[in-house]
Design a protein. Sequence first.
Length: 361
Amino acid sequence: MRKFRYSLPGTPPATLIAPDEGSDAPPRLRYARYDEHSLEARSVTSVDEIPEVTPNGAVLWVELDGLSDIPLLRALGNRFHLHPLALEDVLSLGQRPKVEPYDHHIFIVAQMILQDEEHTVSSEQVSLFLGPGFLISIEEDPSTDTFAPVHERLRSGRGLIRKQKADYLTYALLDAIVDHHFPMLESLGEVLQNLDNEVITNPSPRHVQQLHECKRLLASLRRYVWPERDVINTLLHDESGLVRKETKVYLRDCYDHTIQVMDLLESYRDVASGLMEMYLSSVGMRTNEIMRVLTVISSIFIPLTFLAGVWGMNFHGENDGKSLPWNMPELSQPFGYPLCLALMATIALIQIFYFRRKKWL
């Protein structure tokens, strides 16, 4: 996940500075004006080509993809009377999802979580300006179209989107952002399920790395989903009149989706923590099993080593051809060596039998 981008200390408020880590593709500006019976969608190169807003008529949706063109963003702000501090927040990437009401519009910040084919997760900040009769959405990357399903619904006229106002379009975009979490959580659940089977049967250090990656992803998702729930809850209690009562019914459903996502996140976080504890327990049990076997083997060889050490001293001396009384016994026995080996084998067998009776082997 990307770190928060902030202005240099001492920078005047409402200073617009393009992010350094933005896409190299040129910004894309387009609009869609629609009502129940018609749809006009075009890509334009300047703000002057965007039609006027009719608060009680057709809905105007303006999309700006890309943050590198500061004059274009400033012109868009002047055209729709967007607050300069809100425009500054648009360029401050990594913002916490939030809702800020202004005199003529509501400013909404959301985080779209994306996952590519290689399961690499990234986030894209989406800024929304909801006003009377219009909605402006500003995204980071012009090379992607994160709201393609919403465009398709507008073109086909399916559902209620063409029959509703700009606040319903805002709900549709927020709902698309929240629904992006479910496929990612589904794939994450499959990863945790596979890890559950592998950690029990064959724990290895690579499982620790995978579990850490899962927990880091869950923490990042949780950091964005919690505020998104608050965003939708704030819109549910909006009193500016820009969010109609009939739209709040759909926002309530979107709020339920955020609760489901949070429940899944908490459940998966508990599973990941449990798997980490299970891994440590499995490794500890394997270590104890190895140490037990080694201890038993060492216990078997301790008396054998003692016997070999005692009879290996070979103290043997004579005085005038006679053996001294304190010499080592049995050194002159003709069968001393095989008898010593037989004694060692007997002691080892007795110990093995005893250890098996105690279920230590």
